[in-house]
Design a binder for this molecule. Structure first.
Ligand SMILES: [Ca+2]
Length: 312
């Protein structure tokens, strides 16, 4: 007998069990959905790049862009640049201290590159400023070592320069990720960029400095990867040929003109400094899952030390 005085039939018991299970699953779904926005923001989306043959470099570009045939194996690359929100989750979980925080300074653009005390990823222009509402802007003032540590925390790595360029230009070696047209043409804005090679911000595309990642979907690469031209320069894992101790960066930033946004354009920086116009995105091997959730706080982490690879 149950509490109502009626005998419970086997069918009734099964129906009750089904109802309990349904309620339980509904409750779980509600809990998951309630937590979804933050989780999505910190989650990393990786796009599969099928790999292939292409001609790296551009004959009309700089001397260090001499064209050469390259074969790239399949891999994955983040659809967007790493955001402040994602980097904050990494810091909260690992306690990582960035190179700019250790040294006590970063580099800020004020008509020239200035070494500014207190400039770090939380204060990109110095101790007096912050990132405020820029949770979805790319993280800046991070070194190649900081970037490699973030990627390693997700089981990922920085892309090799060849991978980066293939992901940006595709097998047809486009001039820009979207094709050969200039970044802004007939009212279509394809990137956040500036007016000079280095550097003058230009707010006419809607943003003087960084823009939220994914603000220019018309500028996506052949594989649907966004912001590979403009917004921020991106660290690669590749040592810059002929420049001992320097690492290759790609993609141009908010202060660069269209010439530097070309997929073949290369820039070299020391790997252990943070700059106001430099961020990154991570790569993974072909079998990596398409989405990566951050590890929970307190999870064991083994950040890898950054070592540049590739042609020297
Ligand atoms: Ca701009």
């Amino acid at each position: 007998m149950n509490a109502t005085g009626l005998r419970a039939s086997p069918e009734g018991t099964r129906a009750t069990a089904r109802n309990i299970r349904a309620c339980l699953w509904t409750a779980i779904a509600v809990i998951l959905l309630a937590g979804a926005p933050a989780a999505r923001g910190a989650e990393i989306e990786l796009v599969r790049v099928p790999g292939g043959d292409f001609v790296m470099g551009e004959s009309s570009g700089e001397p260090d862009e001499a064209p050469r045939a390259v074969t790239v194996a399949p891999f994955r690359l983040m659809r967007f640049e790493v955001t402040n929100r994602q980097f904050a989750a990494f810091i909260a979980a690992t306690g990582h201290r960035t190179d700019a925080e250790r040294s006590g300074f970063g580099y800020v653009w004020d008509g020239r590159w200035r070494q500014v005390a207190g400039a770090d990823w939380r204060h990109p222009r110095g101790a007096d400023g912050g990132i405020g509402a820029k949770a979805d802007h790319p993280v800046i003032q991070v070194s190649a070592g900081d970037a490699a540590a973030f990627c390693a925390w997700h089981g990922l790595r920085l892309p090799a320069e060849e991978e980066w360029e293939f992901a940006a230009r595709g097998p047809g070696a486009r001039r820009y990720p979207w094709g050969d047209a200039r970044p802004e043409q007939r009212g279509t804005r394809r990137a956040n960029f500036g007016t000079e090679r280095c550097c003058a911000p230009d707010p006419s595309d809607g943003f003087a400095l960084t823009a939220p990642v994914g603000s220019f979907p018309a500028g996506a690469s052949p594989f649907g990867i966004e912001d590979m031209a403009g917004n921020v320069w991106e660290w690669t894992a590749t040592a810059f040929p002929g420049r001992p101790g320097m690492v290759a960066l790609r993609g141009g930033g908010w202060g660069n003109d269209a010439y530097c946004l070309r997929g073949a354009y290369r820039h070299a920086n020391p790997p252990d400094i943070g700059l106001e116009m430099v961020g990154f995105r991570c790569a993974g091997d072909a079998k990596t899952r398409g989405y990566k959730r951050p590890l929970p706080p307190g999870a064991p982490v083994k950040p890898r030390q950054f070592t540049a690879t590739g042609r020297r």
